[in-house]
Design a protein around this ligand. Structure first.
Ligand code: ZN
Length: 302
């Protein structure tokens, strides 16, 4: 990767086993890693290889501990390997000590498996909000160079409404510095919405997403895109069997329906953007921000 110039835009994959995560949510044993994860990641690698683009894979500790061979292979192919928490517990469900312990464990597992330092962290379900901004100090204390967990939108479950959407180096209350690489948002229907991954990304037309990426380029900011292995799966997402009770199954069916809506478009959108723009992993862009940007003081919670 050393001979490649720093990319203009950033491509990331949150590598988690959704069946294990949802088993935990439904208070069941997570069980072994799903074989679908390896299969879906092969499709991710194929799309990235055809587009000749490298990405950052934010991997959970459970995946790293179960299949270190996969991380070693992804790193050998030139992809950056970062951390995505141990078992996908949101930051808001943890006390600072618990987060510190889980980040240290995950970082060790990911680095041992990939054979490279893990510079970046992404919180599960973008769980760094105004009320959990303290987590950035823990992320910096654990040795990460950058974080990419802030979604600068107002949302019921996640988001830091009013947060600067541009990547910046922040001086934290602890005195440590950390680069924040927020996920890209855009204005639609009179408000800011996530445009670079998730439900809106799957619903927007390719042209709308392309315009958002071009706008980022004009503003001199990276378009920070995220996707998931299951969005590259040949089969529809289905976890209704994990939910208990009639209401639980009804809710699970609705969630599966929303997740599958536009899901099959994702590989094509990623491939198209990677062909049209200069995408790459987050690490090199974060290092540019660290070395050339001015330092900002982190805002206080509202
Ligand atoms: Zn995740």
């Amino acid at each position: 990767m050393a001979d490649r110039p720093a990319p203009a835009h950033c491509l990331s994959v949150d590598v988690e086993d959704y069946r294990q995560i949802l088993s935990l949510r439904h208070r069941r044993d997570p069980g072994p890693l799903s074989p679908a994860l390896e299969r879906d990641m092969e499709r991710v690698l194929e799309v990235l290889c055809l587009a000749d683009v490298k990405a950052t894979f934010f991997v959970t500790g459970t995946v790293a501990e179960a299949r270190p061979d996969l991380l070693r292979r992804w790193a050998a192919l030139g992809h950056e390997i970062g951390c995505h928490g141990h078992d996908h517990t949101p930051v808001w469900a943890m006390a600072p000590e618990a987060l510190r312990a889980e980040l240290s464990r995950t970082r060790r597992a990911v680095e041992n498996a990939s054979g490279q330092p893990a510079a970046g962290y992404r919180a599960p379900v973008f769980s760094i909000r105004w009320d959990t901004l303290w987590a950035l100090d823990v992320v910096a204390e654990c040795g990460f160079e950058y974080d990419s967990s802030v979604m600068p939108v107002r949302n019921r479950r996640y988001g830091v409404d009013g947060f600067d959407p541009a990547p910046r180096r922040y001086r934290l209350p602890s005195g440590l510095s950390l680069v924040e690489m927020p996920l890209t948002v855009a204005r639609a229907w009179g408000r800011l919405v996530p445009v670079a991954g998730g439900g809106y990304f799957r619903l927007f037309s390719y042209g709308r997403i392309r315009r958002a990426a071009a706008e980022c380029g004009r503003l001199g900011r990276p378009f920070v895109l995220y996707c998931h292995p299951y969005e590259f799966s040949p089969d529809p997402v289905d976890w209704t069997d994990l939910a208990g009770g009639r209401l639980g199954r009804l809710r699970a069916r609705l969630e599966c329906f929303k997740t599958n809506l536009g899901r099959t478009k994702v590989p094509g959108i990623v491939a198209g953007l990677a062909r049209e723009f200069r995408f790459g992993p987050l690490g090199p862009v974060a290092r540019q921000v660290r070395d050339h940007g001015t330092e900002s003081i982190l805002g206080t919670p509202r």
